[in-house]
Ligand binder design. Structure first.
Ligand SMILES: O=c1[nH]cnc2c1ncn2[C@H]1C[C@H](O)[C@@H](CO)O1
Ligand SMILES: [Zn+2]
Length: 331
């Protein structure tokens, strides 16, 4: 299989985890920020999480440096354009990018400026390349909750015009969903679709709760439904698609190694899985690499690959017209 040429869909990609190292250097210069190093290789080293991360929290420390340069509209727009450009150049036909708008207010930008800049960068890339996209607005579970509804309100203006969904990200503790019920409900009422990071670090119970309490239609990672029968059964019966991110799952110790990733077992058993990058820079990966790793490790056929591609289409938050466009590439 030529993994580069295959049409691909990435439904789980973080903006701040996918910044080009050179762009960090350029933006720091433009913004007169002092970086810990001016050397591109050293900057890249600081951005990529090692395979030896003890856990998710260690992985999450890699976002500080990119976020430091993402506090201006032009910077957010540029990075958004570049993520879509990088993906388009490796034949990603549809990309859902997520980010936490509240992480970009350090220099006084308001939420409309932040979300608007990200959408603008995406639209520029859509005009230039054969790629379509949507934004997912993430709330960091560890941050104060008093501004969550403001994010939902600010993003509502862009629904069906660049923004599609609501997400919870960041460190995962058992039982976190209970505290977010009113916010997920509010987002759904406003017209957002819902995907939630769950079962990455924590228990399968978090996946069960994300679906049953928060209305999640997709789950970020979801690895730990393995060993939690109720969560496993619910994901299957409700046709909740799992956004698996194999390289990231190894770095954060969600799995010990690729061979122990449950992705193939899930797929063979009828659990809906998709293949995604999570963070192109922090996980030092591309969609080409993720697809290659999964296909080779688990000896998937071309037919298996296109089954997964079709799950990604049908469970994306794309419009019917975009889904129709993506179906043309399926075999
Ligand atoms: O894999 C992840 N799990 C939980 N949170 C994550 C992951 N990758 C990135 N994040 C966090 C860190 C980013 O700053 C934030 C918004 O993109 O989302
Ligand atoms: Zn993620």
């Amino acid at each position: 299989m030529n993994y580069f040429d295959l049409p691909k869909i990435d439904l789980h990609c973080h903006l701040d985890g996918s910044v080009r190292p050179q762009t960090i250097l350029d933006l720091a210069r433009e913004q007169s920020l002092t970086l810990p190093s001016e050397d591109i290789a050293e900057i890249k080293d600081m951005m990529v999480a090692p395979e030896t991360c003890p856990n998710l929290d260690e992985y999450l420390k890699r976002f500080e440096l990119p976020l430091s340069v993402m506090q201006e509209e032009e910077a957010i727009e540029r990075i958004s354009f570049e993520v879509f450009e990088d993906a388009a150049k490796e034949n990603v036909k549809y990309l859902e990018v997520r980010f936490g708008p509240l992480l970009h207010t350090q220099k006084g930008l308001n939420l409309d400026q932040i979300i608007g800049s990200a959408v603008k960068g995406m639209k520029k890339a859509e005009e230039k390349y054969d790629i379509k996209g949507n934004y997912i607005l993430s709330i960091l579970r560890t941050m104060p909750k008093d501004q969550i509804n403001e994010v939902i309100d600010a993003g509502a203006k862009y629904l069906n015009d660049g923004v599609a969904a609501f997400d919870l990200a960041g460190s995962e503790v058992p039982g976190f969903c209970h505290e977010f019920i009113p916010y997920a409900k509010y987002a759904i009422e406003k017209g957002y679709r819902v995907t939630i990071h769950a079962g990455e670090q924590g228990s399968g119970q978090n996946v069960y709760d994300a679906v049953s309490l928060l209305g999640a239609e997709r789950i970020g990672h979801g690895i730990h439904i393995k060993g939690h029968q109720q969560a496993y059964d619910l994901v299957k019966s409700d046709e909740v698609a799992l956004e698996t991110c194999p390289s990231s799952n190894i770095q954060t110790k969600a799995v010990d190694d690729l061979a122990s990733h449950p992705i193939k077992a899930f797929h063979k058993d009828g659990v809906l899985i998709t293949i995604n990058t999570d963070n192109r820079t922090v996980s030092n990966t591309t969609m080409t690499d993720e697809v290659r790793k999964v296909v080779e490790e688990f000896e998937l056929t071309r037919e298996d690959y296109f089954e997964i591609y079709k799950v990604s289409i049908e469970h994306s938050f794309a419009s019917e017209a975009v889904k129709q466009h993506l179906r043309q590439y399926a075999e």
